[in-house]
Structure formats: structure tokens, C-alpha cells
Ligand binder design. Structure first.
Ligand SMILES: O=C(O)c1ccccc1N[C@@H]1O[C@H](COP(=O)(O)O)[C@@H](O)[C@H]1O
Length: 218
């Protein structure tokens, strides 16, 4: 099996950025929504002068952003992917795609109608992030969902040539189980933190698990 794509999300300091820049992740995520992980694009811009992340793709995570919030991030940072993690509509996303030439993902929360929601966005987005549904929270919950649904999400994404990341509470203890479903991408935030900081040790243990799985499946 190919190695799943990894996204390490919720970078909130220069130290976090240094740690993930030397990781195996293909994607680095920044939160521009109400969250303890929210960062200021102008501050991130100063970090990027010190850390070379040209080998990684930079993901901007938004929750129902205003046009000004989007512009503030997109004019300051070299964003490759916009991840919409709120209840943005097809039309909202279409509008952004009129000027943003990069990749767009829609995060959807796992529930009985998620596949229907994927259908409704499939013609406007390049990929999906499937996260846990937690009352009053959009993401970064550290809570996983029932992964027996993962094969349905993978099938839908393959059939529609979209990328699909599984998010929500993935950590070093449960990633082995998630890997048995062979997801195309895995998105982690809380599970790579200790005391609100990204942990190099946790990241390395997770990467070891991922690479072990790739070797076993060969
Ligand atoms: O991380 C946050 O604080 C956050 C806030 C608002 C929307 C999305 C957020 N993060 C996304 O949540 C998942 C993973 O979270 P976790 O591993 O359960 O902590 C990921 O898609 C992040 O981009």
C-alpha cells in the first residue's frame, strides 16, 4: 500500500513549525478560525522567513470566513490548500474558487448523511476531510468517530477522483487501527500535541507506525 498522505495541523508557534517542517507530513495546517490554535497570518509570515517549508503544502483552515479574513490570509501567505471546516455552502466555495487558483477541501462531520453531503460538494471541491461531529465545536476536538464508515468515504472519494483525509482524534494509540482501512490521507492535530505544543516524539512514533504499515502491506 502507498503511504497515506499526512497532514499535521494546528501549528501555533515557530517551534511547532520547525518540528513539522522536518516531519514526513506532506501538508502543514494553520487554523484561521475561532480556536486556541488560531494564528495571525502576519506572524506566520515572519516564521516562514526562518523555516523552509517549500517541500510541504500549506493548508489554511477556515470556519465560515468573511471575505476580509480570507484576503488577509491569502495576501500574506503562500497557501496551497483552503480547508473549509464550517457550514460553507456550495455557492460560498464557488465564489472563492473564482479567484483562488489552489486546491479546496471541504471538511464534513461524520453522521448518517455525510455521503449525501459529499455528493453535494463533489463538483466544486478537490477533496474532503471527514472529522468527528461534536456539539458546539467545528474541529480540533481530539475525538474520533466510528471508523467502520471509513471504507464508504474512501470509495466515494476514489469513485469521484477526490482526495479524502480522515481526521478527528487520531493519535499514536489508535492510528494502527485507522491504517487497517488504508485511508488516502490522515489529518492530525490534538494527537501530536503535548501541553498545547507539537511533540517531535509523538510525531516520530506516529510516522514509524505509518511506515511500518506501508512495509507490512508490500
Ligand atoms: O484544530 C482546531 O482548533 C480547529 C478549529 C476549528 C476547525 C478545525 C480545527 N481543526 C481541524 O480538526 C481536525 C483534527 O483535529 P484533532 O486531531 O481531532 O485535534 C483537523 O481537520 C484540523 O484541521
Amino acid at each position: 500500500m502507498p503511504k497515506p498522505l499526512l497532514k499535521f495541523c494546528g501549528i501555533r508557534s515557530l517551534d511547532d513549525l520547525k518540528i513539522v517542517s522536518s516531519s514526513q507530513a506532506e501538508y502543514i495546517g494553520l487554523i484561521f478560525a475561532e480556536s486556541k490554535r488560531r494564528v495571525d497570518p502576519k506572524i506566520v509570515k515572519t516564521w516562514l522567513k526562518e523555516v523552509d517549508i517549500t517541500a510541504k503544502k500549506l493548508v489554511a483552515v477556515f470556519v465560515n470566513p468573511t471575505a476580509n479574513e480570507l484576503a488577509d490570509v491569502l495576501t500574506n501567505l503562500p497557501i496551497d490548500v483552503i480547508q473549509f471546516h464550517g457550514n460553507e455552502s456550495y455557492e460560498d466555495i464557488k465564489k472563492v474558487k473564482e479567484t483562488f487558483v489552489g486546491t479546496v477541501w471541504k471538511a464534513l462531520h461524520h453522521h448518517s448523511k455525510t455521503i449525501e453531503e459529499m455528493h453535494s460538494f463533489k463538483n466544486i471541491v478537490d477533496g474532503f476531510v471527514i472529522d468527528s461531529r461534536m456539539k458546539g465545536q467545528w474541529g480540533g476536538t481530539g475525538v474520533s468517530f466510528d471508523w467502520s464508515a471509513v471504507p464508504h468515504y474512501i470509495k466515494f472519494s476514489r469513485d469521484t477522483s477526490k482526495l479524502c483525509f480522515i481526521a478527528g482524534g487520531v493519535n499514536e494509540s489508535n492510528i494502527g487501527k485507522l491504517l487497517t482501512y488504508h485511508p488516502q490521507g490522515i489529518d492530525l492535530s490534538s494527537g501530536i500535541e503535548v501541553d498545547n505544543k507539537k511533540s517531535k516524539d509523538k510525531i516520530e512514533r506516529i510516522e514509524e507506525r505509518v511506515l511500518q504499515n506501508v512495509n507490512i502491506s508490500r
